[in-house]
Design a protein around this ligand. Structure first.
Ligand code: AMP
Length: 188
């Protein structure tokens, strides 16, 4: 989506994982929370996002992925930025369990795979090894879904009230979800 629209892809999960990989003080602080499927505190997360948004390449626009995840984060974001739309990709809990527990990602380029479509253990794009994210193990996925219900789901009403919510049926094939989002954004 970011490629197609020429926008920066800003994933808070990716930013945190980079800090963990580089063993920074922030990485050491958030690793335990992420491994347990818990959220990183709002102020820490917002600082990281605010810093990244302030970089030059974000001036032309960006897609936030995995942020905001709490009402407080949405408030902090709203105090500083004006959003065009909020895409809510709707997927049932049991489908999410299946998708996340079977997900494998390339250690080098981050390309995502699923064990039901691909059983190899190397990336077809760059040849590096595939791995399972620590937080994609079944017990952690259950915690993440519970955290979503308690802390993130309230954002649906929050953004609906502000006229920004664009719900999309995420049970469809990837290409259809992609096309649907473009249509909702008026760029298809
Ligand atoms: P993700 O890659 O988006 O699934 O995020 C992986 C993990 O990073 C989450 O389970 C949280 O521990 C942490 N994380 C990512 N984004 C946020 C956020 N907006 N607020 C708090 N924690 C986050």
């Amino acid at each position: 989506m970011a490629q197609k629209l020429g926008l920066v892809h800003l994933s808070t999960g990716d930013l945190f994982r980079a800090h963990i990989k580089n063993q920074t003080p922030l990485g050491r602080k958030v690793k335990g929370l992420m491994d347990a499927g818990q959220l990183v505190p709002d102020d820490v997360t917002w600082q990281l996002v605010a810093q990244r948004i302030a970089e030059d390449d974000c001036a032309g626009g960006y897609i936030l992925d995995g942020f905001p995840r709490t009402i407080r984060q949405a408030e902090l974001l709203g105090e500083q930025e004006t959003l065009d739309a909020v895409i809510d990709i709707e997927v049932d809990g049991d489908v999410l369990m299946h998708r996340l527990c079977g997900r494998r990602v390339c250690v080098a380029c981050g390309a995502p795979y699923h064990t039901s479509h691909y059983t190899g253990d190397t990336c077809t794009r760059c040849g590096a090894a595939l791995m399972q994210r620590d937080d994609d193990r079944p017990e952690t996925v259950k915690s993440r879904l519970a955290v979503y219900e308690a802390q993130t789901a309230p954002l649906i009403a929050y953004y609906r009230e502000r006229g920004l919510l664009r719900p999309v049926d995420g049970a469809q094939e990837t290409e259809n979800v992609f096309a649907e989002i473009l249509r909702l954004l008026g760029v298809a």
